[in-house]
Design a protein around this ligand. Structure first.
Ligand code: ZN
Length: 327
């Protein structure tokens, strides 16, 4: 083979290897995105909350987050040349993504059944801090079922995001060791975000999906950019980017109504999420089947406006909860 031919072949191989890598990266981002409000959404809620923490609570959360095994990674991501206040703000924002980030860390294992989305055994609700290497994917949502075709609704599945919120909050308000409080704090920051995404509060049960549609993950979309299903569309609706992009975006958001912002009972949030999902999420162009449906600009615009309101409320409620309860 001539040198020119060899170099041409090498170029071709590198190209196809790159293409394969891009496909793999794309699939990874799809599979990670399919089940959780993305980093941008979580960091928006966290940033809005951090701004509202009183000085004592801020000092406490700053202290507790230093105990997370990912603390040094967060500092590395933030980089040098930022003030202490900015660094602490961004640490709190990055902490909100931790329960998703560990899904890409091989030390953590998917537990439970149905790809980890159904809890199994007593370990499912253990609260043992950072020595826990189970992913507990079922801690991210609460499947409140509804149906359009009179299907029998499945039983409530526990543990779920609601049971864990209650467990973690009681630890934050107690004299438990700081190591455990740190773990529970990271989860609370994350779950408050998730529970303000309406599709983390419901599942649509039908003859084709007797256990539910996994919060809209089984409702397929065509022509909706990176989102291939309804859940993914809502997870990514607020945008993409790092902490600085989130700050620039979230600083422009209005204050939520004070009366609603003061509601720190998580069952109120999930009731709201359920109603919103049935009235404003599973609506045209989404029909009663699994799709694929062609998304419309009008749906996306309304969805974005609603998701922003949920993020504003999530931020204010997370702050109220921590200001009131964290010891
Ligand atoms: Zn989540």
């Amino acid at each position: 083979m001539s040198a020119a031919k060899a170099s041409n072949l090498r170029r071709k191989l590198t190209k196809s290897a790159l293409a394969l890598l891009m496909v793999a990266a794309n699939q990874l981002s799809i599979s990670l995105s399919a089940f959780c409000w993305n980093d941008f959404g979580h960091m928006t809620v966290a940033y809005l909350a951090y701004k509202k923490l009183n000085p004592h609570t801020r000092e406490r959360v700053d202290q507790l987050l230093k105990l997370c095994p990912s603390y040094q990674d967060w500092l590395a991501q933030i980089g040098p040349g930022v003030s202490d206040a900015e660094r602490n703000t961004q640490v709190f924002m990055l902490a909100s993504t931790w329960p998703d980030t560990i899904k890409g860390d091989q030390r953590y294992k998917s537990d439970g059944s149905q790809h980890g989305f159904r809890p199994e055994g007593p370990g499912a609700s253990q609260n043992i801090g950072y020595s826990d290497f189970q992913l507990h994917k079922y801690w991210h949502f609460v499947d409140q079922p509804f149906t359009y075709d009179h299907s029998r609704l499945p039983q409530d599945i526990q543990p779920n995001a609601l049971t864990q919120m209650a467990a973690f909050r009681s630890v934050l308000a107690s004299d438990s060791p700081d190591e455990l409080k740190s773990f529970d704090l990271v989860w609370v920051i994350h779950i408050v975000g998730d529970l303000h995404q309406p599709l983390h509060c419901v599942t649509r049960v039908s003859r084709t999906h007797p256990d539910g549609d996994s919060g809209g993950n089984d409702v397929k979309l065509s022509d909706a950019g990176d989102s291939h299903n309804l859940h993914g569309l809502w997870d990514w609706i607020l945008g993409k980017g790092g902490p600085r992009d989130v700050i620039a975006y979230a600083d422009k958001l209005p204050e939520p109504p004070a009366k609603l912002a003061a509601k720190t009972d998580a069952t109120v949030w999930t009731d709201e999420g359920f109603k919103l999902a049935t009235k404003k999420v599973y609506v045209g162009p989404i029909k009663k089947s699994d799709g694929p449906f062609v998304m419309t600009d009008s749906y996306v615009q309304k969805a974005r406006a609603l998701a922003e309101q949920r993020a504003e409320l999530g931020g204010a409620r997370l702050a109220a909860l921590l200001n009131n309860e964290l010891k």
